[in-house]
Design a protein around this ligand. Structure first.
Ligand SMILES: NC(=O)c1ccc[n+]([C@@H]2O[C@H](COP(=O)([O-])OP(=O)(O)OC[C@H]3O[C@@H](n4cnc5c(N)ncnc54)[C@H](OP(=O)(O)O)[C@@H]3O)[C@@H](O)[C@H]2O)c1
Length: 352
């Protein structure tokens, strides 16, 4: 554990310097990690662990050919390292439950009978356990229940690992039957390629995650972008101008400075005109959205958000409806303007 000062608050974090990959390999040497679900997180975590010398098998339902075939193309062999979900759960000692959150509700009763005493049931989200009154995921007392939640898309979990970097993850133990739940959790956390690991609980993980994605990371981001684009268009600015001032400058320039060295760094490298205005307006925006964030947190904590997710994600036409909603965004003037702006980037101009 390393004690790190996060803005004046000391927290214990784990990196591969104190908890080395060799330690993780030693702890996991007699374990079979069964990754159930080969969607987004599944492949990333499975491939990173396999590259790190961990014994990994994949469980995926065969009827949906796409992900089964993807596992084969990634080198998993049917009957050897690739199995139907139930069979993989039976063979695994650490069972990574990485089917979609709504899918877990349907899959849980099928895999539950295959969990053996001393197995670890692993999640990358606190969803199923925290809202178990809604999901029905109630593990028996004789298994460990653990979590490593990468704070990024599975695509980045794999891409950063391949590039020699990592994605930070939180970790938690909900149930420690074997007395080894924490070391198993940290070992898997290191093996999946986490940048660093910070402690949480299942509840805190899911609350913060649901707030984050509905808020700044995705929902709020898209909403405030639209609001600004719309006012610029309403006042007679061209789509190109409105898009550049709303999205392109952010993604191509400013947010990269924030990532590099923080918000003050970005402010410092902007014009004095921009600095003054941004400093004055920052707190007005914060205060304007604060009540909405209160409402959002409450909606998450009360279980309202997960109820909506479970209802909508388990309808048979979910993917079709999602396609329509995403097409609506893609086909809007703002994001069509975005496609044109992206195509004009020098590196994209000569592409066929
Ligand atoms: N997406 C991310 O980057 C991300 C980031 C952090 C944490 N997480 C967490 O990681 C876990 C996995 O998420 P994900 O986004 O990787 O999932 P996903 O891509 O939505 O999951 C797809 C996988 O779930 C399977 N699945 C879905 N419904 C099923 C059902 N009814 N029966 C059997 N299999 C079913 C799919 O198989 P079929 O093709 O057979 O349907 C596929 O293998 C979740 O707990 C999520 O919250 C995800």
């Amino acid at each position: 554990m390393a004690k790190i000062d996060f803005g004046g608050v000391i927290e214990d974090v784990v990196t591969s310097e104190e908890f080395t990959l060799e330690m993780a390999q030693e702890i996991l040497k007699n374990e079979t990690v069964a990754v159930l679900g080969y969607g987004v997180q599944g492949p990333a975590q499975a491939l990173n662990m396999r590259d790190n010398g961990i014994h990994v098998i994949v469980g995926q339902r065969k009827e949906e050919q796409e992900f089964w075939d993807k596992a084969i193309s990634d080198g998993f062999e049917p009957g050897k390292t690739l199995f139907p979900l139930e069979e993989a759960a039976e063979k695994g000692t650490i069972i990574q439950f990485l089917v979609s959150d709504a899918g877990q509700v349907e899959v849980w009763p099928k895999i539950k009978p295959f969990l053996k005493e001393g197995d670890a049931l692993y999640f990358s989200h606190g969803f199923a356990i925290t809202y178990r009154d809604q999901t029905g995921v109630n593990p028996a007392e004789n298994v460990d229940v653990i979590l490593v939640a990468p704070k990024g898309s599975g695509r980045s979990v794999r891409a950063n690992f391949v590039a020699g970097s990592g994605i930070n993850s939180s970790y938690a133990v909900f149930q420690d039957y074997t007395g080894k739940a924490k070391e198993r959790t940290l070992a898997v956390g290191i093996a999946v390629g986490s940048g660093y690991l910070f402690p949480t609980t299942f509840e805190k993980e899911v609350y913060s995650d649901l707030v984050g994605e509905r808020g700044v990371l995705m929902g709020c981001l898209a909403g405030v972008m639209e609001a600004q684009y719309n006012i610029l268009r309403k006042q007679g600015h061209s789509p190109s101008e409105a898009f550049n001032e709303t999205v392109e400058e952010l993604t191509q320039s400013l947010i990269r400075l924030v990532a590099e060295n923080g918000m003050d760094w970005m402010y410092y490298y902007c014009s004095t005109t921009a600095q003054r205005g941004a400093l004055d307006w920052k707190s007005r925006f914060r205060d304007a959205v604060a009540p909405l964030f209160e409402e959002l947190y409450e909606s998450v904590a009360s279980g309202k958000e997960t109820k909506i997710v479970l209802e909508s994600n388990s309808t048979p036409d979910y993917k079709e409806k999602l396609g329509k909603e995403l097409a609506e965004i893609r086909d809007s003037e703002m994001w069509r303007a975005g496609a044109a702006v992206r195509a004009l980037r020098p590196e994209n101009r000569n592409k066929a």
